[in-house]
Design a binder for this molecule. Structure first.
Ligand SMILES: [Zn+2]
Length: 134
């Protein structure tokens, strides 16, 4: 099995490629995430504007965190096969500019966001197009 280091700065734990963090740091990050969510709910403001800001803040926060916590998906074998397939299918051409790129510059992206999809729908190649990493 191929291994790499936990992404937590200073941690030397070796873990499988499909994970970003060792179990300890994963739990720690998940724990922080849950605590912070509970906290921000608790301090929900009484004003309308405050409530709206809070809602926007939570949404942004959720989006970035969710990305991090679910990174495993993009490192799994099934996903790499599907994304290779989509790159070949579309001739290494991105969906926005229609230019050809090196394989490494492209990512297969979900047209309907992945968070709205369940299980195998996430691997449906009809819902995937190519974007450049930048
Ligand atoms: Zn670690």
């Amino acid at each position: 099995m191929r291994l790499h280091r936990c992404a937590n700065v200073g941690c030397r734990e070796l873990i499988p490629l499909k994970h970003n963090y060792c179990q300890k740091h994963y739990d720690e990050r998940l724990g922080n995430y849950i605590n912070q969510r509970a906290e921000s709910k608790a301090k929900a403001s009484l004003t309308l504007r405050g409530q709206r800001n809070q809602a926007e803040h939570n949404r942004e926060y959720d989006q970035t965190r969710r990305k991090e916590l679910h990174n495993g998906f993009y490192q799994d074998k099934r996903w790499s096969k599907v994304s290779e397939y989509v790159k070949a299918r579309d001739g290494y051409v991105d969906a926005i500019e229609g230019k050809a790129w090196d394989k490494g510059d492209l990512i297969a992206d979900h047209i309907i966001p992945r968070r709205l999809l369940s299980g195998m729908e996430q691997y449906n190649t009809d819902n995937l197009w190519l974007l450049t990493k930048s």
